[in-house]
Design a protein around this ligand. Structure first.
Ligand code: SF4
Ligand code: SF4
Length: 404
């Protein structure tokens, strides 16, 4: 039931007793130093869920750069206020919650809208025969009876008029766990569902932000970039050939991993809790496009290998089947890790020689001791010094220091 403007609402579950429209107006009025640039004051975001665990929603609620709050209050310069329709964070319930979606379908919303889809899209024809559905939101009357409207059907209705369709999480992007081998739901990702010819009202193919769960900041940052484009104040962000934000998924997680130095020196963890590279206990990082080690999981903190977990390839289209069984050494790492071990046999001792030499001052060398009350640091050996005579000669060759 929809309350008249300015009147309290009495839907079951609406503990705030206020309409979403009224709430959005209030927060927009007090939402910080918003700079009005571009044609749109606000944009609706219809967050639909298919075969999902809600992990994407949780990940996004933890985003900080930008935060969900800043998007919902329209407090970011040039970015329109985001009017979010999400079953977990929306104030309204029942028919009032569904009303904007019906208006969007009828072309009567009055503002642009974006579809965000969490979870994979099941083949609803497999469930319809039994009179059921895999995932649905809202209901409509058909032949005198109410039927639940599958969320995939909402996508069919709303996608043509949407400014953008954003698939969040690996289930919505590629199919993910609900689409794994043996599933009975016919689940698939958004690109498979809408097809390669789909273009939004702004001419965009499906935007994909994978991860199980995804990094929340990857999502909010991409949404902000797309909204700036929608406002006409920013360029179309760069996406790769799979619709991923290119600046977020262009590198393997291995390249920015905090343990990559151990890999390069050929030292590897043998058990969980060890500090070295995890490839020999099942890490797929060298072949996985993901930025979690540099971005962190939440508030730039955490992230799989940062906290001791191996990469199981959760951002990749081949996840989970092509990365299973998890926690087993990837066969290819036998070659690369063996190569790193052989190189490390020479490199590690040489680096320790330089480390011992550079871990002291020239004054301590002259005095013959380190005046530390904490203990006796390792002294360079005779061989260390011999190596460094040659090393320093090469280091200084061609410089003024060589002639001193
Ligand atoms: S833990 Fe994984 S991602 Fe990190 S260095 Fe080792 S193989 Fe690469
Ligand atoms: S490091 Fe691997 S398992 Fe962790 S989030 Fe990235 S792709 Fe997923």
């Amino acid at each position: 039931m929809i309350a008249p403007p300015g009147q309290p609402v009495s839907q079951v579950g609406n503990v705030a007793g206020i309409s979403q429209e009224a709430w959005a107006t209030i927060v927009a009025a007090g939402g910080g130093p918003r700079t009005k640039i571009g044609p749109f004051d606000r944009v609706h975001v219809f967050w639909l869920a298919g075969m999902s665990c809600d992990g994407c929603s949780i990940a996004v609620l933890g985003a900080t750069t930008p935060s969900v709050e800043s998007l919902l209050t329209g407090s970011l310069p040039a970015i329109p206020l985001v009017f979010l329709h999400h079953t977990a964070v929306q104030l309204e319930a029942g028919a009032a919650y569904m009303e904007p979606m019906w208006r969007a379908w009828r072309g009567e919303l009055g503002d642009p809208y974006v579809i965000v889809y969490e979870g994979s899209l099941a083949d609803e024809s497999l469930a319809a025969g039994s009179g059921g559905y895999w995932s649905a939101v809202g209901e409509e009357e058909v032949d005198g009876r109410l039927r639940q409207v599958p969320s995939a059907e909402w996508v069919r209705r709303l996608a043509p008029g949407a400014a953008a369709v954003i698939a969040i999480g690996t289930c919505a992007t590629w199919g993910g766990i609900p689409a794994a081998f043996g599933n009975v739901t016919g689940s698939m990702g958004m690109m498979d569902f809408l097809g390669k010819d789909y273009r939004s009202a702004l001419g965009l193919p499906v935007v994909n932000i994978p991860g199980c769960s995804p990094v929340g900041d990857n999502f909010t940052e991409t949404v902000a970039a797309v909204l700036l484009f929608l406002q006409g104040v920013g360029p179309l962000p760069e996406f790769d050939e799979l619709g991923r934000p290119a600046w977020l998924f262009g590198e393997t997680v291995h390249r920015n991993c905090t343990r990559a130095g151990y890999y390069e020196e050929g030292t590897f963890a043998e058990a969980y809790g060890d500090k070295e590279c995890l490839v020999e206990i099942g890490c797929w990082g060298p072949v996985v496009n993901c930025n979690i080690t540099s971005r962190g999981a939440i508030n730039h903190v955490g992230g799989c290998m940062n906290v001791g977990g191996v990469c199981i390839g959760c951002t990749m289209p081949g996840f989970p089947d092509r990365f299973a069984p998890f926690y087993k050494k990837p066969p290819g790492s036998t070659f690369s890790a063996t190569g790193a071990k052989l190189t490390g046999l020479f490199i590690r001792p040489l680096r320790r020689v330089s480390e011992r030499d550079r871990d002291r001052t020239a004054r301590w060398d002259r005095a013959g001791e380190v005046p530390s009350g904490w203990g006796a640091p390792p002294r360079p050996t005779f061989v260390d010094r011999l190596i460094h005579v040659g090393y320093d000669w090469i280091r200084h060759s061609g410089t003024a220091a060589k002639d001193r």
